[in-house]
Design a protein around this ligand. Structure first.
Ligand code: SAM
Length: 398
């Protein structure tokens, strides 16, 4: 396993509500206890400003590009091995609105076109999020202006089958998305916890059920990709990872968010039930857990692992915070920016935990978070595991 500190550039990463079970308040009376409170499915999607502020996720693209271009360079010149007339298909699993992968996709297309000027390209964006932000992006994007490039958005989970793609995807990419667990396959109570808000904060013994869930979810992810990706096609995953100790993505963001929620509980502003239900349904597997999983027969029979390496993307805001010296206004601006980044990926989960009449606390939570970042500046580096797979060409009867 290789490890890098970081290649170029640098910062980070919501809210759809599907009602599921009844949330019954018991014990001492607290605000939020007496609601016929409905319980919501955890459905992680980003806030609408995500792609404007997610510098860290964008910074990973230059690290992915060399592997993709060298894969493209290795393709046979007979129109990259495609049947005449069929497009070259690039799928983005967990694409959000498509903004963050757009420059990378443009460079891939320009590279391909040098060798195959007439080749048509189909871009497929897969995400559980509302398609409207994608359509907005696509209208004004440089990609939509390129000749013979078409795009489709599937509002679907990457854990669900995508029969429209069957065996057609030449390059599948997933960046900064696969840490989200499949929340549809368990009751929302699976994610309730009395003291912590994220699986990586838990001691090993309590983490087990999340690790088991992660393993099950990733097996499904690979099974589905084995159906989508064409023989000898490439699957490139840039996933967030836990490097041990506090070296797991945005740990300071999760820890401070938890402290803010505890303070609201101690002040009697939220109930114990709400505190328990505020949980971010993601898991950052360690590189060892990832390596062991992808070596399983069920996965390795379809995908050969070409490379696996880790790297840490430093926190852009932390560096800028250090440069502010005694300039309190600048520091405050950065503390609020950092809190917005945390809000982008945590707000949907916070909303699931809070009872409907506590929606007004959302702004309060992130104001308090910004204050904490202001008082005790902390960086939110993101640790990544980058993996390059080739789909095996399984010949029937082999
Ligand atoms: C942090 S964003 C990353 C977006 C983009 N790939 C990037 O690199 O900036 C994670 C995305 O994964 C999506 N997501 C989470 N769980 C998903 C699932 N099961 N299926 C499809 N998309 C999912 C979220 O809606 C969100 O848009």
């Amino acid at each position: 396993m290789e490890s890098d500190s970081f290649c170029p550039g640098v910062s980070s990463r919501g809210a759809k509500r599907g009602r599921i079970t009844i949330f019954i308040g018991t014990g001492g009376h607290m605000p939020g206890d007496d609601h016929p409170a409905t319980h919501l499915q955890y459905l992680p999607s980003m806030t609408s400003d995500y792609s404007r502020i997610s510098d860290t996720a964008k910074a990973i693209d230059p690290c992915i590009e060399p592997a993709l271009l060298s894969y493209l360079a290795s393709l046979p010149s007979s129109a990259a091995g495609k049947q005449p007339g069929s497009p070259f298909v690039i799928a983005d699993y967990g694409a959000a609105d498509g903004v963050n992968s757009s420059q990378l996709f443009e460079r891939i297309i320009r590279f391909l076109r040098k060798k195959h000027p007439l080749m048509s390209i189909r871009l497929v964006y897969i995400d559980i999020a509302d398609p409207a932000p994608f359509h907005h992006f696509w209208k004004g994007s440089g990609l939509s202006g390129l000749p013979r490039v078409e795009a489709e958005y599937f509002q679907r989970s990457f854990y669900d089958p995508l029969p429209d793609l069957a065996g057609s995807v030449d390059i599948g990419i997933s960046s900064t998305s696969l840490h989200w667990l499949n929340t549809k396959t368990v009751d929302a109570r699976f994610f309730h916890h009395p003291t912590l808000i994220q699986a990586n904060q838990l001691p090993a013994s309590e983490r087990k059920k999340f690790v088991r869930k992660w393993i099950g979810d990733w097996r499904v992810f690979f099974r589905e990709r084995s159906r989508d990706i064409a023989p000898e096609g490439m699957l490139y995953l840039a996933t967030l990872t836990d490097l041990g100790g506090d070296r797991w993505p945005a740990s300071a963001g999760y820890n401070n968010l938890r402290a803010v929620c505890v303070s609201l509980y101690q002040e009697g502003r939220i109930s114990k039930q709400e505190l328990d239900a505020i949980f971010i349904p993601d898991y950052f597997a360690t590189p060892e857990e990832i390596a062991s999983l992808v070596a399983e027969e069920g996965i390795s029979q379809h995908f050969s692992l070409k490379s696996l390496k880790t790297l840490t993307v430093p926190c852009a805001y932390r560096c800028r915070m250090q440069d502010t010296g005694n300039d309190a206004r600048k520091r405050q601006h950065l503390a609020y920016s950092l809190a917005r980044v945390v809000r982008a990926w945590s707000e949907s989960s916070i909303r699931v935990g809070l009872s409907p009449d506590h929606e007004d606390l959302i702004d309060e939570i992130y104001r308090r978070l910004a204050e904490r970042f202001f008082e005790r500046p902390e960086g939110l580096p993101y640790q990544y595991c980058l993996m390059e797979f080739l789909k095996r060409n399984i010949i029937p009867g082999d």
